[in-house]
Design a protein around this ligand. Structure first.
Ligand code: ZN
Length: 234
């Protein structure tokens, strides 16, 4: 009997140790799971915070814009009212090395051509290689740039020095400023700043289509600009 008791005690100790260790491991696992859920939840919360806007608190100064409006004509400035602005569409000129003025003049030259439904082109804004912004179409009229989204978006055409379509730093900075300005003016979320590619699948603006991570960075750069533009309390 004594022997048996000793064995039982040993067994009992063994079981207690095993159960204790198992409980400890389970607790650790539960603790880790709770921590993980909280951590991920926090991440989601942060994402929501950074994507929510209160435009009444934001004031973006209008960037310097040279107004060189096109003559009204059927091919590039039809004069059709743009009644609502729900987004901004970014383009590249696909014409390496040309500047804003030259592209604006090309749009203007379309006025002398016959009504060609296949070749109607323009853009509200063109940003040059040095960051100069030219406005070709008033914001309350449609431009011929973004196909089915002409009716509810503002278009920005960007010049670029090379075939890759990558913008110069000056063009990029001006694009961020202009986009942030338009986002705050029309209360547009930064994910409604889109590429021409997102409308039709056209490889435009080329660099942002070929390098999607740079597009994500661009959208967050607009958001950072907006965050910097929160009105100071007086
Ligand atoms: Zn385009």
């Amino acid at each position: 009997m004594k022997k048996l008791t000793k064995v039982s005690k040993k067994k009992m100790n063994y079981y207690i140790t095993v159960i204790g260790a198992a409980s400890l491991v389970s607790l650790l696992v539960i603790f880790l799971l709770v921590w993980l859920v909280n951590y991920l939840g926090q991440g989601e919360q942060d994402a929501v915070d950074t994507m929510s806007y209160n435009y009444s608190d934001i004031e973006v100064k209008r960037p310097a814009i040279q107004e060189k409006l096109l003559t009204k004509n059927v091919n590039s400035r039809p004069g059709t009212a743009l009644n609502q602005v729900k987004g901004i569409v970014v383009h590249y000129t696909a014409n390496p090395g040309t500047d804003a003025e030259a592209n604006r003049n090309y749009f203007e030259s379309r006025k002398d051509c016959a009504d060609e439904s296949s070749n109607k082109v323009s853009s509200h804004f063109i940003i040059g290689l040095d960051g100069t912004i030219i406005q070709c179409i008033p914001e309350n009229e449609i431009a011929y740039a973004s196909n089915k989204r002409n009716a509810d978006t503002i278009s920005i055409e960007c010049c670029h020095p090379g075939k890759s379509g990558k913008f110069t730093k000056a063009t990029y900075q001006a694009l961020i400023h202009l986009s942030a300005y338009l986002c705050s003016k029309y209360e547009i979320a930064t994910d409604n700043v889109i590429r021409h590619y997102d409308v039709t699948g056209k490889i435009c603006p080329k660099y942002f289509v070929k390098n999607p991570d740079t597009w994500t960075t661009f959208q967050s750069d607009i958001f950072k600009f907006l965050k910097k533009s929160v009105k100071k309390e007086t």
